[in-house]
Every structure is written in structure tokens, then in C-alpha cells.
Design a protein around this ligand. Structure first.
Ligand code: NAD
Ligand code: LMR
Length: 341
């Protein structure tokens, strides 16, 4: 199958055919639900460019055939298929290794992520019912907001279907890390490529807790006020974009980048690459809350290990305590929704 396709499109590689027949990378099917949207389109592009992907299935309620035809002409390994309409969800999902979900409405200025709950909770729920039915073993990367609630909704749907595996459900919080790195690099005047900053908690306002005390490379030039400003900017990063877009939606390009980084880490984990660590919002015992974002080691079955918070500054300890009430109620709201309707 794929080996044959590769050898016809890349004849120069025929010489290493024996290597290719087993493949440099295993076959991996990635599905994007909401692929024709603001995030979905650039994310489809980035996943098409990822050499770890052998099959890319794009799904939306409309406009996916165009996105799929477009992206399919790119010279990379992944075979692309586009699907539109609920009756095709089975075909879309079957055999998938990773399902990425950016389906749902984005914020407009003045809205919180929780204001999206009423529309997006139902969308996520119905997509998760289909995932439980057609690809219960796939890793799920949840992007749809409010992530603090949509991940618990997915967990409840999977529990009801008898397919829940807490190692395979991820809230994508990578964009918070991407922002924290950029803002820190600017302020500390260090190359962003060298920077790492863990971001823990959840994905909305004060529940986003960047741990700048653990940022690397260390900077001695940043004072308490700088750290507070960096923290606030990271927490308000989504709102910064929503306001700049002035009614035309929220982050799409940086989110597609972040989603592609996280999916790539998941693929590497599945393929057995060691020491793949990313922050993600997962079922957790790091705090008393049932879901919490922290550093996670990814492996062949999804979550291999949830890493602890490490040493926190007093400012971060305060931030941790003050985020718990909101995060707890967003989790409970999701659980309640999934079980009542
Ligand atoms: P968008 O409106 O541009 O695209 C959403 C897409 O979802 C549309 O194409 C729509 O047709 C599709 N869709 C709606 N219902 C669907 C269904 N039942 N099945 C499949 N597809 C469906 O919005 P966007 O800017 O791409 O944002 C999507 C979501 O991602 C929003 O909820 C937004 O808040 C969230 N988001 C999350 C993060 C994060 O860090 N986790 C970052 C940015 C945006
Ligand atoms: C983000 O952080 O950019 C997303 O969650 C979208 C939003 O509504 O802010």
C-alpha cells in the first residue's frame, strides 16, 4: 500500500526499497474533525507536511472536499481523504490513531471561553459518541473550547460507552506553552528555540498557570513585576488575539502550529520515541482536581507518566490555589452536561 505509493512518487528512493517496505515510520492515520474551519485548514496543512502521517482524514459538516483536494496535491507521504456529513463519520474515524478535534464555535470580543459551552458541548459530545463507536483506541486531542469542560465531557461519553482509557484523552494546552515561550524569550532576550516553560492548570484565564520559575534558560534580569506581567499576558493570550481579530474569531494560525506540535509529540510517543514530554490537560492526581494540565510523558499507549509540578515560587503557589475553584466548577459543568442529556 503506502510503500508502493511512495516508491512510485519518489523513484529515487527505490534503491532503499527494503528499508521502505517496512517503512522508516509505521503507518499512522490522523483524523481532523472540524477540518474546514479557521484552525482546521492550517492544521490540515501542517499534518499533511508531517512525515509520520501516512493517512490524513479530514472531516467537517461542510466544505471538506475542497480542503482535502487542495491539501492532497502537496508532495508529502500522507494520503488525504475528505468527508462531509455525519453519515460518513464511520469511514472517517475507522482505523485512526489520533483524532484531533477543533470543531466548534470560537469566541468574539467580550466573551469568555465558557460562553461557548452551550454550543460546543453538544458538538463535542456527538463527535465523542462516534469516536467511541468507530475508533475507541485512538488518542483524542481536544482543542474545542472550553477545554476545561470539553475534556471531562469526552471522558464521560467514553465511560458511558465502556471505552474510556484515561491515557488516551488529552486537552490541547500547547498554545499556552507556545505563548509563554515567546513572551519569555522576548523579555529575557534569549532565542525562543532554546526556551522551555511548563504551563499547568487548565486552559482559560487564571486557570492557565505558567511556571516561569522553571523556565529555561534561566534569566537573572527578570524581576517579580516582569514575571507577573508575563503571567498575565500568557493567561490573556487568547483574548489578545480575539480582540485583535475584532469579531473574526480567535487564534487559528498559532493554534494550528500548537496543535501540530502536540500531535507530532503524540505520534512520536506512539512510535516508541523515548522522552517525549509535553504539557497537556489530562485526568490527573497531581492535585485534588480530577483533570489538570501538567507535563506528561507520551508513549506507545498515550500517557506514559504524568510528571509532578516541581518546585513552585510563592507567586505560583498562590496562582495554583486561586485557580482551583474555577477549574473545579468547569469540570463539574462538563460532567453534569454529559450525564444529563
Ligand atoms: P471555526 O468556526 O473557524 O471552525 C470550526 C469548524 O468546526 C467549522 O468549520 C465548523 O463547520 C466545524 N464544525 C461545527 N460543528 C461541527 C461538527 N458537529 N462536526 C464537525 N465539524 C463541525 O473556529 P476555529 O477558529 O477553528 O475554532 C474552533 C474551536 O477551537 C473553538 O471552540 C475555539 O474556541 C477553539 N480553540 C481552542 C484553542 C486551544 O488552545 N485549545 C485555541 C484556539 C481555538
Ligand atoms: C486561545 O487560547 O487562543 C483559544 O482558547 C481561543 C480563545 O478563545 O481564546
Amino acid at each position: 500500500g503506502a510503500a508502493l505509493r511512495r516508491s512510485t512518487t519518489e523513484p529515487s528512493r527505490l534503491v532503499s526499497r527494503s528499508c521502505y517496505s517496512s517503512g522508516p515510520h509505521p503507518e499512522r492515520k490522523v483524523v481532523i474533525l472540524g477540518a474546514a474551519g479557521g484552525i482546521g485548514q492550517p492544521l490540515s496543512l501542517l499534518m499533511k507536511l508531517n512525515p509520520l502521517v501516512s493517512s490524513l482524514s479530514l472531516y467537517d459538516i461542510a466544505n471538506t472536499p475542497g480542503v482535502a483536494a487542495d491539501v492532497s496535491h502537496i508532495n508529502s507521504r500522507a494520503q488525504v481523504a475528505g468527508y462531509a456529513g455525519e453519515e460518513q463519520l464511520g469511514q472517517v474515524l475507522e482505523g485512526s490513531d489520533i483524532v484531533i478535534i477543533p470543531a466548534g464555535v470560537p469566541r468574539k470580543p467580550g466573551m469568555t471561553r465558557d460562553d461557548l459551552f452551550n454550543i460546543n458541548a453538544g458538538i463535542v459530545k456527538s463527535l465523542c459518541v462516534a469516536i467511541a463507536k468507530y475508533c475507541p483506541n485512538a488518542l483524542v486531542n481536544m482543542i474545542s473550547n472550553p477545554v476545561n469542560s470539553t475534556v471531562p465531557i469526552a471522558a464521560e461519553v467514553f465511560k458511558k460507552a465502556g471505552t474510556y482509557d484515561e491515557k488516551k484523552l488529552f486537552g490541547v494546552t500547547t498554545l499556552d506553552v507556545v505563548r509563554a515561550k515567546t513572551f519569555y524569550a522576548e523579555k529575557a532576550k534569549v532565542p525562543v528555540a532554546e526556551v522551555n516553560v511548563p504551563v499547568v492548570g487548565g486552559h482559560a484565564g487564571i486557570t492557565i498557570l505558567p511556571l516561569f520559575s522553571q523556565a529555561t534558560p534561566k534569566s537573572n534580569s527578570l524581576g517579580d513585576e516582569d514575571i507577573k506581567a508575563l503571567t498575565k499576558r500568557t493567561q490573556d493570550g487568547g483574548t489578545e488575539v480575539v480582540e485583535a481579530k475584532a469579531g473574526k474569531g480567535s487564534a487559528t494560525l498559532s493554534m494550528a502550529y500548537a496543535g501540530a506540535v502536540f500531535a507530532d509529540a503524540c505520534l512520536k510517543g506512539l512510535n516508541g520515541v523515548p522522552d517525549i514530554v509535553e504539557c497537556s490537560y489530562v485526568q490527573s492526581t497531581v492535585t485534588e482536581l480530577p483533570f489538570f494540565a501538567s507535563k506528561v510523558r507520551l508513549g506507545k499507549n498515550g500517557v506514559e507518566e504524568i510528571l509532578g509540578l516541581g518546585p513552585l515560587s510563592d507567586y505560583e503557589k498562590e496562582g495554583l490555589e486561586s485557580l482551583k475553584t474555577e477549574l473545579k466548577s468547569s469540570i463539574e459543568k462538563g460532567v453534569k452536561f454529559a450525564n444529563q442529556s
